[in-house]
Design a binder for this molecule. Structure first.
Ligand SMILES: Cc1ncc(COP(=O)(O)O)c(C=O)c1O
Length: 394
């Protein structure tokens, strides 16, 4: 299988982790040799309720037996998609009441950027340095990391950077600006949180200039930071909210949500303003609905804050300089990229799955399923501590 993996499947790095998967359940992934791996990454924040949560699997099976795909997005009334959009609206502020379902995070970003241009009649888009919003051309145009963009230029015109958390840069938001897009908590950059009421100041400047605020919650959304959406921590509401990853409980989905009025603009001038064949697919919507129901009907989200405390207590070590992030979106900061890589690879050998962040190579990603137990947290942190101790004594 390994040879065929390298031979037939496109790779994005020269040295993939290449763990050969047999199955996965709860907080564990099992490889083809039968070894079990405790998962502190959750498919890069995607498996919100762990692997193969029974309610998600049952929702998928039930829907698969009724119908799979019947029509392109938005034409037919399909219960899972309607119920999902409705439950989202019930759990969001009143202006975020209408949802467009797509197939991935980056596609949701594309939709949000298009909607902002269409709604304002303006073209300029601002984004933050070190931001990550996905890998299609539009999302890359608002990626704040030039090194990763250069080979693919020219990208979408009229996109300009600001520095995240920089108040002076907010003057770059003007009456020419269609939208500013920000991650509520910057992920790839190293789990950087907004400081000093930054998001409130962005909101105010957007209101003054008629600019739309797009918040990308593809990673922090769906409970990961101790609230259903991370913007709830910061006392503001975006004009367009973008979600994905953990929304599908392990299946591919994305969505952007705005007011009924703004979203209605996609219906004309031009009509079919954003279209997709598989967006809102009933099987995937059923999985997302089961995930959202579980998150909103239990105290799983509140528990993430207590689990964060446990992680912070158990992650104390001379080699860990800082633990960044919130809830179960945490990054352990090591002194150098080399140490971080050594730790990630040594933990892999000892049955603990960790991973890198995109642009901050001193960070170790800790984004386990929200359903992880306290015992599992302790088990994983012990493996990590043992690895760190060996490095320290070398
Ligand atoms: C903040 C953020 N935005 C956008 C994306 C892109 O989502 P996808 O990989 O589903 O296209 C990601 C994925 O890592 C992300 O973390």
């Amino acid at each position: 299988m390994k040879n065929d993996f390298y031979k037939y499947q496109a790779q994005t790095t020269p040295h993939p982790l290449a763990l050969e998967i047999s199955h996965a359940k709860g907080s564990y992934v099992y490889d083809s040799s039968g070894k079990k791996h405790l998962d502190f990454v959750a498919g890069v924040s995607a498996c919100t309720l762990g692997h193969c949560h029974p309610k998600i699997v049952s929702a998928i099976k039930n829907q698969a037996e009724k119908y799979l795909h019947v029509m392109v997005y938005g034409e037919y009334i399909q219960e899972p998609a309607v119920e999902l959009a409705k439950l989202l609206a019930e759990n969001l502020p009143p202006n975020l009441n209408t949802t467009y379902l797509v197939n991935s995070g980056t596609e949701a970003i594309e939709g949000a950027l298009k909607l902002a241009r269409r709604a304002t009649g303006r073209t300029q888009l601002l984004y933050a340095n070190n931001a990550y919003h996905g890998n299609t051309m539009g999302s890359m145009s608002v990626m704040g990391y030039e090194e990763r963009k250069n080979a693919f230029k020219p990208l979408v015109p009229d996109c300009f950077p600001v520095n995240f958390n920089n108040e002076a840069d907010l003057q770059k938001i003007t009456k020419e600006t269609a939208a500013i897009i920000l991650e509520t908590i910057q992920g790839g950059a190293g789990f950087i949180q907004p400081e000093n009421d930054y998001l409130k100041k962005v909101r105010k400047r957007c209101d003054e200039t008629g600019t739309l605020l797009i918040l990308d919650e593809i990673q922090p959304g769906f409970g990961r930071t101790g609230r259903l959406f991370a913007f709830e921590h910061f006392g503001i509401v975006p004009d367009i909210l973008v979600m994905g990853k953990g929304m599908g409980g392990g299946l591919p989905i994305g969505a952007f949500t705005a007011s009924h009025e703004v979203m209605g603009l996609l219906q004309d001038n031009p009509k079919l303003g954003h279209i997709t064949t598989f967006g809102g697919n009933p099987v995937i919507a059923a999985a997302a609905l089961a995930t959202l129901k579980e998150l909103t009907e239990t105290d799983i989200i509140q528990q993430t804050l207590q689990k964060e405390k446990l992680f912070r207590k158990l992650l104390k070590h001379p080699l860990i300089k800082e633990v960044r992030g919130q809830g179960l979106m945490l990054a352990a900061m090591l002194e150098t990229a080399e140490i971080a890589s050594e730790v990630i690879l040594a933990c892999k050998d000892r049955g603990l799955i960790l991973f890198w962040l995109l642009f901050e190579d001193r960070a170790i990603r800790i984004t386990p399923p929200l359903t992880i137990s306290n015992d599992e947290i302790a088990e994983g942190c012990k493996i990590l501590q043992n690895v760190l101790n060996r490095i320290k004594s070398n």
